[in-house]
Ligand binder design. Structure first.
Ligand code: SAM
Ligand code: SF4
Length: 327
């Protein structure tokens, strides 16, 4: 079988697909309040997404993460999950969501075959949630988490971006919430993607600082748990909860990177911290054959850089927002 191997010998088995750039929240670190969404015809159709997933599966991709924007803003999303799950070679379809629509969608997603949910939650305070996301929707997220827990997903995990002076006083509260709900939690260092109107070098907090605070409250031990992503885990004594750390700044994880992304408009993005990309939508819409598409995917892998280099001291280098990329 042909495989996706980049110039540095890394084999790609994990694909993240952004199914929309739209969102019902406006998280300040992710998009601006007056963000303009893309015209619908620019966004990949379900047929195009499935065609790409099939091509990637034939090249060894085993795991697909559905993301956005907010993926649940995309109409009939469970139908897409069903179609991707049917593709030979795809072992897992997982999703990252802000959780606001899970009361409605947790059941259909589980029935469609989605195995894991990552739910973003940066604060448990309603007024702070409103300030951080510019929308008053905390209760909808908490209700969504409760609803998701009713179904036996292989995993439900919280994702929290921690920012100094914004929500770093809630590291313990968020962890206690995860422990009380018997789910995992991952703390993410903020990445400099897009211009957001504040200085990210001021709000930056490293995973080491977060871990230090956690170690003072819980008995942590290193865990070998792996989900195929960049998080490194610790276990919390006397609980089932694992705490993950995603450290794009402080602990470069590029050496074992197995991931690539497709943006909502069908650009193949080889690295979050780099602008190298390849237009797949235009290629597909030009009636190209499946064989030609496969060749293009293999060739595009040559664009994957060895590593990202986020430098908070410099001007914003990556102008696209996370919502365009798909987190
Ligand atoms: N809307 C969904 C959500 O919020 O989970 C999925 C898309 S969102 C872009 C995916 C993840 O990226 C979220 O966990 C979000 O917190 C994270 N994210 C967005 N902008 C970020 C940034 N500048 N640095 C670090 N993480 C970021
Ligand atoms: Fe929307 Fe997710 Fe970005 Fe927040 S992080 S604005 S929920 S896409």
């Amino acid at each position: 079988m042909k495989q996706l191997i980049d110039p540095f010998g890394r084999t790609i088995e994990y694909l993240r697909i952004s199914v929309t750039d739209r969102c019902d929240l406006r998280c300040s670190y992710c998009m601006s309040e007056d963000v303009e969404f893309l015209p619908r015809q620019d966004i990949l159709s379900f047929e195009e997404i499935v065609r790409l997933a099939e091509s990637f599966a034939k090249l060894g991709v085993k795991k697909i993460r559905i993301t956005g924007g907010e993926p649940l803003m995309r109409k009939n999303l469970p139908e897409l999950i069903v179609r991707i799950k049917q593709i030979a070679g795809i072992e897992e379809v997982v999703m990252t969501t802000n959780g606001t629509l899970l009361t409605q969608y947790a059941k259909p997603l589980f029935e469609a075959g989605l195995s894991r949910l990552n739910i973003s939650l940066d604060t448990l305070k309603a007024d702070r949630f409103h300030k951080l996301t510019r929308r008053d929707r905390l209760q909808a997220v908490l209700d969504g988490i409760a609803e998701a827990k009713k179904y036996p997903f292989a995993g439900i995990k919280l994702n929290a971006v921690v920012m100094r002076g914004m929500n770093d006083d809630e590291i313990i509260d968020l962890t206690d919430y995860a422990i009380a709900n018997d789910i995992d939690i991952t703390f993410i260092e903020e990445m400099p993607l897009g211009e957001v109107g504040y200085d990210r070098s001021v709000t930056f907090l490293s995973s080491d600082d977060i871990k230090k605070e956690l170690s003072e409250h819980y008995s942590l031990s290193n865990s070998t748990h792996k989900t195929g992503g960049p998080a490194v885990y610790s276990s919390v004594a006397n609980s089932n909860t694992r705490i993950g750390f995603i450290s794009p700044h402080s602990h470069n994880f590029c050496g074992d990177c197995n991931r690539i992304r497709i943006t909502a408009v069908g650009r193949l993005l080889l690295c979050l911290g780099n602008e190298n990309s390849q237009d797949l939508r235009g290629f597909m819409r030009a009636n190209s054959s499946d064989e030609a598409l496969t060749e293009l995917l293999i060739k595009s892998l040559q664009l994957k850089p060895e590593k990202h280099d986020f430098n908070l001291a410099e001007e914003v280098q990556i102008l696209r927002f996370m919502s365009h990329t798909g987190g």
